[in-house]
Design a binder for this molecule. Sequence first.
Ligand code: FES
Length: 129
Amino acid sequence: MTGVYNEKVMDHFINPRNLGSLKNADGKGEVGNPVCGDMMNLYIKVDKNGTGGETISEIKFETLGCGAAIATSSIVTEMAKGKTLEEAEKISDLDVARELGGLPPQKLHCSNLAASALKKAIRDYRVKK
Ligand code: FES
């Protein structure tokens, strides 16, 4: 594995941020990667901010997958936390890969999981609301 991933990817893989689930999550996104069968669940808590917008106040993930899937899940939680729903749903798989300093080409598809799970969790929140 060493040599395939850069240091930042390895750091998020070995020390994933915001790992776990959220009881009473306001939204949940569950996705499977059709390329490899890996799975991710992402949970969000949404709060109203002072200006009437809605902000992601808490976010957690559970991922069963490869190193890149875990690293992209971890970093997407850091990218989305504190953002408004509108800002968070604009985060793309390319943004995720870029934030990690790049992924090997054969691992680029792994970043789809994180970005789609986030979008799905936001959609789930809006449907439930
Ligand atoms: Fe499945 Fe990376 S190989 S998400």
